[in-house]
Design a protein around this ligand. Structure first.
Ligand code: HEC
Ligand code: HEC
Ligand code: HEC
Ligand code: HEC
Ligand code: HEC
Length: 381
């Protein structure tokens, strides 16, 4: 009885707010009914994409503004704080913009461009665009959107980004489009918004697919676990050891890593003696200098050949060694040693190069952590 009254009251209180509003809404306005979705979104990177919540992004924007002018810094907000670009009068717009890629960025959007350009048709107000053709009556109206369940919806922000020199610094869209995943109809949502059975709202019906809004990616250990595979073979030839390592990107629907050019995947190889102590390594301090092939990343350079540099300083790509979708790459090593009995290979993921984080004064573990993708140990034949 109490529950009924409570729900009833909520509706009475909420209807006028929605019906008379021509504005966008706070995410917390949706939490009452869409509590699971809200809780997941709240922990997602989308909720942390604005300058207030994300110190790494805030410092990069400040850097871009300082070296290329305020306009460049402001342009970042098109994807990171898109609500700012809607010409709205509400006093709460500033606060909603700080929520980054918030509910209404996606659910007040009627259409985005098909070709991955940043273009949104947003209808602020009472209509929520969603995947259902049979949504039950609620405090807000609905409109079915076929596009919201397609990759093109995500690609409006995640597609290809070029700088003024034509240097592509983000290409998740093309990487996916040319992969076996796109050919087989596997979308961004299939991997990043997996569905489980559940109710969308207390007054909704049981749905087969309640989609996760946690948007797990490079920040999530769950997503990184075994997303690539290592195959290691090692044999002794006289005094030397020959190692062949195949690194296979078989589960990721785009390059590994993708998105921001800061991301890096590093292969560490170590030969061990019979007591498990290291006798040889593929690098000791800086893998980029000592064993470049072991660093899977896209490196941008400025006009003086300095690398890595941020996208707004880049005049060309120094190299792109990321693992393409479906790619298997073979790396070989040979060294002289008589005591080695086994080879251990470890594939790790980093969100940003340590020197960059140091330069920006970022010490928070959420950015500095090293995440394990997979590892393999074999004895030398
Ligand atoms: C076209 C849309 C778009 C624009 C414009 C844009 N970004 Fe991004 N940005 C993204 C997307 C999408 C990601 C997520 C990619 C990933 O996770 O690797 C991202 C990720 C980032 C990250 C990593 C955030 C983190 O928490 O790890 C930083 C930093 C960043 N962008 C800075 C900027 C700066 C600075 C600008 C302006 C100079 C800018 N971005 C402009 C779409 C954009
Ligand atoms: C980055 C875009 C994005 C953001 C931000 C976002 N959603 Fe969604 N939402 C989607 C997509 C995409 C689907 C449909 C997925 C599909 O059909 O494959 C969806 C589906 C839904 C549904 C229908 C049920 C379901 O799981 O399919 C509801 C309700 C919903 N979202 C509410 C919210 C609320 C509330 C928030 C904020 C707390 C939010 N969404 C934030 C993209 C987003
Ligand atoms: C008072 C409860 C309530 C509030 C508050 C609420 N919703 Fe809903 N919403 C519902 C119900 C009920 C449904 C229908 C569920 C069903 O059919 O299973 C729904 C469905 C949806 C759908 C799916 C529509 C479709 O046609 O696919 C989206 C998207 C959505 N809501 C977004 C939002 C957003 C964004 C907010 C906050 C701005 C919000 N809702 C606030 C109750 C609510
Ligand atoms: C077959 C599953 C699959 C598909 C399809 C897929 N992804 Fe991913 N995605 C992953 C996995 C696994 C990771 C974690 C490894 C990584 O970071 O590359 C990831 C990571 C990401 C990241 C975080 C990158 C970083 O390191 O910061 C972004 C952003 C992303 N995906 C966007 C997309 C978009 C947009 C699409 C659709 C065009 C898409 N993904 C399609 C599996 C998939
Ligand atoms: C309005 C622009 C926008 C749209 C639309 C959008 N994203 Fe994002 N997305 C971003 C930005 C900006 C970031 C980077 C946030 C940060 O870390 O600062 C991001 C980050 C991510 C990440 C990285 C999470 C991680 O752990 O590294 C994934 C995965 C992702 N988005 C998936 C999606 C999917 C799937 C869709 C479509 C349903 C989508 N995004 C739609 C702007 C957008």
């Amino acid at each position: 009885m109490f529950r009924f009254v409570k729900i009833f009251l909520n509706i009475v209180i909420l209807i006028p707010v929605f019906v008379f509003s021509r504005d966008v809404r706070n995410a917390s306005d949706c939490s009452e009914c869409h509590s699971k979705i809200y809780a997941e979104w709240k922990t997602s990177r989308h909720a942390l994409s604005g300058a207030q919540a994300n110190p790494l992004y805030a410092k990069m924007v400040a850097w871009a503004s300082k070296s290329k002018g305020k306009e460049t810094g402001y342009s970042c907000k098109r994807c990171h704080e898109p609500i700012r670009f809607l010409n709205l009068s509400s006093a709460t717009v500033e606060q909603i913009a700080n929520e980054g890629v918030t509910c209404d960025v996606c659910h007040a959007t009627k259409l985005v461009s098909e070709n991955g350009q940043m273009w949104f048709e947003v209808v602020p107000g009472n209509i929520k665009f969603g995947p259902f053709k049979d949504a039950l009556p609620a405090v807000h109206n609905f409109e079915f959107s076929a596009q919201i369940s397609e990759s093109s919806f995500c690609l409006s922000c995640h597609s290809n980004s070029d700088n003024a020199h034509g240097v592509t610094f983000c290409s998740t869209g093309d990487e996916w489009q040319t992969s076996s995943f796109a050919k087989n109809g596997v979308t961004c949502q299939d991997c990043h918004m997996p569905g489980t059975e559940g109710k969308v709202a207390p007054l909704g019906k049981m749905r087969e697919q309640l989609h996760s809004h946690a948007f797990y990616g490079g920040y999530s250990q769950e997503m990184l676990n075994d997303c690539a595979e290592l195959n290691v073979r090692a044999k002794r030839v006289g005094n030397s050891v020959q190692v062949v390592i195949a690194v296979k990107n078989h589960t990721v629907g785009h390059a590994l890593p993708t998105g921001s050019p800061m991301r890096m995947v590093i292969l560490s190889v170590e030969a061990q003696d019979s007591s498990g102590l290291p006798v040889w390594k593929n690098y000791y301090q800086n893998p980029l200098q000592e064993d470049r092939q072991a660093v899977f990343m896209k490196l941008l350079q400025d006009k003086n050949g300095n690398a890595p540099v941020p996208p707004w300083e880049a005049v060309s790509e120094k190299f792109d060694q990321r693992l393409k979708a479906d790619e298997e790459r073979t790396l070989t090593y040979q060294f002289t040693d008589t005591s080695a009995v086994s080879i251990q290979a470890i594939l790790n993921y980093r969100l940003a190069p340590p020197p960059l984080l140091k330069k920006l004064g970022i010490t928070d573990e959420q950015y500095t952590k090293v995440s394990l993708i997979t590892k393999k140990k074999v004895t030398i034949d």
